[in-house]
Ligand binder design. Structure first.
Ligand SMILES: [Zn+2]
Length: 172
């Protein structure tokens, strides 16, 4: 018989009082993980304090797929930690010459994840160091028209800028 080992989400220990604060802390850590060359990301959870209406926010251990574009956040596919609810994800967009014009935009793949999971997406663009928030319940996914030099048009969104990483720019 095979021993079934249930994969569990590794949580960063510190709780945050708001989702935005958890995202900023997570993205600061994810920016260091990225070293400007690979995407890194996390899942963000909400914990409702028992016997209270107080909500706290935690994030999962930083993950990377070691690729400049795209990160598979395995925590998103795992059951949330006990008494927690998955509410958001956060990831880095690196700033390389080939993606610089698109770094501030949530990709089609990014918004599909948030639409499907009914979660908020946070993304830090390492070209500007801005933190962007996309909430499928409130924001359009296609409010900006992007013109590729090929003439092909794409509609994407930057969501809303909700903060800034406050680090020196990390780019190659
Ligand atoms: Zn992205």
């Amino acid at each position: 018989m095979l021993a079934a080992v249930a994969a569990a989400v590794a949580l960063h220990q510190w709780p945050y009082a708001s989702m935005d604060e958890a995202a900023k802390a997570a993205l600061t850590e994810a920016a260091a993980c990225s070293a400007g060359v690979r995407e890194c990301g996390v899942a963000i959870y909400e914990w409702l304090e028992p016997g209270s209406s107080r909500r706290w926010y935690f994030y999962s251990a930083i993950e990377t797929s070691n690729k400049p574009f795209g990160v598979e956040i395995t925590a998103l596919g795992l059951p949330p930690p006990t008494h927690m609810r998955l509410v958001a994800d956060a990831h880095i967009h690196v700033c390389l010459p080939q993606n610089r014009p698109y770094a501030p935009f949530f990709s089609v793949g990014d918004v599909l994840v948030n639409q499907a999971m009914h979660t908020v997406g946070y993304m830090a663009d390492l070209c500007s160091m801005n933190i962007h928030r996309y909430d499928p319940a409130q924001d359009d996914a296609d409010d900006e028209e992007i013109d590729f030099s090929s003439g092909r048009k794409l509609y994407l969104t930057i969501g809303h800028v909700v903060g800034w990483l406050g680090l020196r720019r990390i780019s190659k």
